[in-house]
Design a protein around this ligand. Structure first.
Ligand SMILES: Nc1ncnc2c1ncn2[C@@H]1O[C@H](COP(=O)(O)OP(=O)(O)OP(=O)(O)O)[C@@H](O)[C@H]1O
Ligand SMILES: [Mg+2]
Length: 322
């Protein structure tokens, strides 16, 4: 569990704007151990998806990755050619995207879409690839999977499309699955089924999972460790239990207060007063200081580093370091 499978060191992503560079990902460092689930949480726009897309070199064309090293199994991913990266994508690192329909091809039958990586990457004969595809569709509980190989995505419900995406991601047995808000678009019952499926996959397939969500209750159920992002930075990393028992960063404390109580159906979004700074703002001190109810003078003047405080915890806060 302790070997780092993926490590991200000082990753920065910015966009040029008329107001100067918008620092969407502002020097992120993270690592994921083989077999673990790392939850990445934070409110909309904090840079979660861009961090994930950087790993696979799938950033939008306007994005500039200005620094940072990403190491996967001791290889620096920057050294890979585009062809080398295509080989890694799908085969060793798979991703479930935030928008399901962007990765399913509407004019191709689902059986083909699940079998295709086996044919191109693993050079399996077609018949074998299709029978494995059917097995995976069965495994993700597509009813009567064998008979649905010729169905098109529009013939499936949202929950089933998500299952097909998971089958596509899993078919080459990746070492790391990146799942970006895999259940956000689904209703609560289907969401629970998909999460149960992902847990089962984790247990049986020995893969690591980078699970991105703005929903802390999902992270609590699924993650071993959690990284909390705010305005492009990691503000806290912690084993899941310690984070929920004793959150150290005032932002994490605010997020936890916004979790609905058990038994309530309504999922309120975060209600921390104030707004996130603009990505082009130059902030002298802590990026959260303007919204922080505990901020002191130092917090406005000096940038806190993400400091290792022991027990597998790190926090970017002048207060939480004591
Ligand atoms: N093409 C772009 N041009 C300019 N800014 C962009 C572009 N794409 C993303 N951004 C900005 O980068 C920031 C981070 O975006 P990202 O998609 O990583 O956020 P996120 O944490 O995944 O949010 P969400 O929870 O809504 O998915 C956002 O504030 C967004 O406005
Ligand atoms: Mg996103």
């Amino acid at each position: 569990m302790n070997r780092s499978l993926l490590s991200i060191d000082n990753l920065a992503v910015h966009f040029e704007t008329p107001d100067g560079p918008a620092r969407a990902v502002d020097n992120i460092s993270l690592n994921i151990h083989a077999g673990e689930t790392l939850g990445l949480v934070g409110e909309s726009g904090c840079g979660k998806s861009l961090t994930a897309l950087s790993i696979l070199r799938l950033l939008p064309a306007a994005a500039r990755m200005s620094a940072g090293e990403i190491t996967f199994k001791n290889d620096n991913l920057a050294d890979f050619t585009d062809a080398g990266m295509r080989h890694i994508r799908g085969r060793e690192i798979a991703m479930i995207f935030q928008e399901p329909m962007t990765s399913l091809n509407p004019v191709m039958p689902i059986g083909f879409q699940v079998a295709e990586p086996l044919i191109t990457h693993q050079k399996l004969p077609k018949a074998d690839a299709y029978s494995q595809a059917a097995e995976w569709l069965e495994y993700v509980r597509i009813p009567a999977a064998g008979k649905r190989l010729n169905d098109y995505p529009h013939q499936l419900s949202g929950g089933m499309r998500q299952r097909v995406m998971i089958a596509m991601a899993m078919v080459c047995r990746p070492l790391l699955l990146i799942a970006d808000e895999p259940t956000t678009a689904l209703d609560v019952t289907i969401q629970a089924q998909i999460l149960a499926l992902m847990r089962r996959l984790k247990e049986t397939q020995q893969m690591a999972l980078l699970l991105i969500s703005h929903d802390l209750s999902i992270i609590a159920q699924m993650a071993n460790r959690v990284a909390v992002m705010y305005a492009g930075q990691v503000v806290e990393i912690s084993p899941v239990k310690q984070l929920f028992d004793r959150p150290l960063h005032p932002y994490t404390q605010g997020l936890l207060r916004s979790i609905p109580l058990p038994g309530t159906v309504e999922k309120r979004l975060f209600e921390i007063s104030g707004t996130v700074p603009r990505l082009t703002d130059m902030i002298r001190g802590c990026k959260f200081s303007e919204r922080c109810i505990q901020a002191q003078k130092r917090c406005y003047d000096e940038k806190p580093e993400l400091l290792n405080i022991g027990d597998g915890r790190k926090v970017r806060c002048w207060l939480g370091q004591n």
